[in-house]
Design a protein around this ligand. Sequence first.
Ligand SMILES: C[S@@+](CC[C@H](N)C(=O)[O-])C[C@H]1O[C@@H](n2cnc3c(N)ncnc32)[C@H](O)[C@@H]1O
Ligand SMILES: [Zn+2]
Length: 323
Amino acid sequence: MTPTAHLEAAWTERLACPKCGGSLRVDTPGAAQHLECAACAARYPVRDGIPSFVDLAGTPQAAEIAQRDNEAASYEGLFFAWESFLEVPPIVRDLDPAPADWVLEVGAGTGRVVREYIRSVTGVVAVDFSFESLRHIRRSLDLVPEAQGKLVPVHADACALPIKPGAFDRTLSCGMLQHLPSEDHRARAISGMAAALRPGGRFVMQARHWSRTHAFYEVRKHSAFARRVASFLIGNASGGVDVPRSATYADGTVSLYNTPAAELRELAERAGIHVDRLVGRIQAAKGMARLGVVRPLVERAIEHTPLSLLAAQEVVVVGTRTG
Ligand SMILES: C[S@@+](CC[C@H](N)C(=O)[O-])C[C@H]1O[C@@H](n2cnc3c(N)ncnc32)[C@H](O)[C@@H]1O
Ligand SMILES: [Zn+2]
């Protein structure tokens, strides 16, 4: 596809060189082949209207990217409708999008969340290291009139974001942090997202949760009683009671790290985010599934109590960029 004027304007106004932070310019306006850094002369290819900053060939993450590219068309079929119903509307409420906003979503995947708020804002820079997932988002919005001219897909690594500091009103990440393979990767992603925000901007991050119940069970594995209590509370959340905090799946290509709530708070605070709310979502206690249509209401009620971090499958931090 030919890059349109709105894409070129967004690239130059909101992106920056991931190597040196320099401004980017389009090599040939109207027919971009590359973005070029004005400071260090690095060049980044534009393919099919999507600038590409990913340079992970030869690293362990190359296999993960291939896995995400392969599953792009079928990814959303992995979710039960009720899962997305419990997960996505509350995240959009946390984001609280407003018409003038520019949103940066990192690990946007195939656009399951993007589609739910893009109509309500001015622009969305959707970052993922799976090129095919980004193309999927774009295709899925092709026929949505209120989304036209708003989506800016960017192929980049969450841990080396090509983003101009302060260029966004809101940043969002849903289900991405757990796939970053080390604490250093997670810290870089969170500080990059925090730096992308203007002062007062809103930071929303959701990740797989290492619940209090998991932590309790981890040190009492020898006790049959502890196991009964934990499996009653945890059910299948975060992979079930016996899934360790760090694991892999898809033949070992995808890391899976369950984030303790305190750690998420600490990473956000270290990045200059004032934490307004830290809550657990999707309580996995056996019996919750039987609540049927009232479950979302019960989930919301629990969220306002200290119980929310007990056995939740997800942890969510909502904060504000200070400074
Ligand atoms: C579990 S999916 C979630 C997708 C989407 N946010 C949703 O909720 O449906 C995680 C996404 O994060 C992306 N991802 C993982 N590590 C990444 C990284 N280092 N840089 C950019 N994207 C990454 C994957 O390609 C994948 O699309
Ligand atoms: Zn540069």
